[in-house]
Design a protein around this ligand. Sequence first.
Ligand SMILES: Cc1cn([C@H]2C[C@H](O)[C@@H](COP(=O)(O)OP(=O)(O)OP(=O)(O)O)O2)c(=O)[nH]c1=O
Length: 192
Amino acid sequence: MIYLASQSPRRCELLAQIQVNFQQLSVDVDETPFLNEAPVDYVSRLALMKAQVGFRQSQAHYPVLGADTSVICDGVIFGKPQDAEDAKRMLSQLAGKTHQVMTGVALVSANSEQVLVNQNRVTFRPLSVLEIERYVATGEPLDKAGSYAVQGLASVFITQIVGSYSGIMGLPLYETALLLAQAQVPVWTTSL
Ligand SMILES: Cc1cn([C@H]2C[C@H](O)[C@@H](COP(=O)(O)OP(=O)(O)OP(=O)(O)O)O2)c(=O)[nH]c1=O
């Protein structure tokens, strides 16, 4: 059994997909990037912080998993949009270009703290102003890093992915399984 320090329904769905026995834990951390913080450092710091705060909160009974996803476009970190206007601005930046998606995943237990970063490249076809407006009006972008969901309506905008679908969606399952194996937490492959 582990705790997942996350409010994200996508992370729950992905962790359940590999048959991990877990309970959700609610943690609150300041997600403001440091000045000039490199994206890889930012997502690993946030993932670790979520897991550490969760571990303290849970009174150290079980290992705690935390994750953080950011979209990086032209060197700028895009988190979740502030509002619909912010989502439109991000989507018009992503249109017709390739950007990066990074997810940090961390596991904290009594005797160890491990973090891995999963990195991907995603290419969007060009988008019209109307498409961006219609997409934002669906509400899908509002709680997603970079203002889109690979697993949702935005799938029709994506021409190419280089990397891991689960990592883009918010929890890279290859890296997660590695961390869980190190901590002797069972996933579906453990009994093979
Ligand atoms: C790029 C992308 C992100 N996302 C989501 C995953 C995350 O929920 C969210 C990124 O924001 P995060 O700040 O990483 O996570 P969160 O605030 O939703 O959840 P928590 O901190 O409680 O774990 O964006 C998708 O669902 N699909 C995508 O294609």
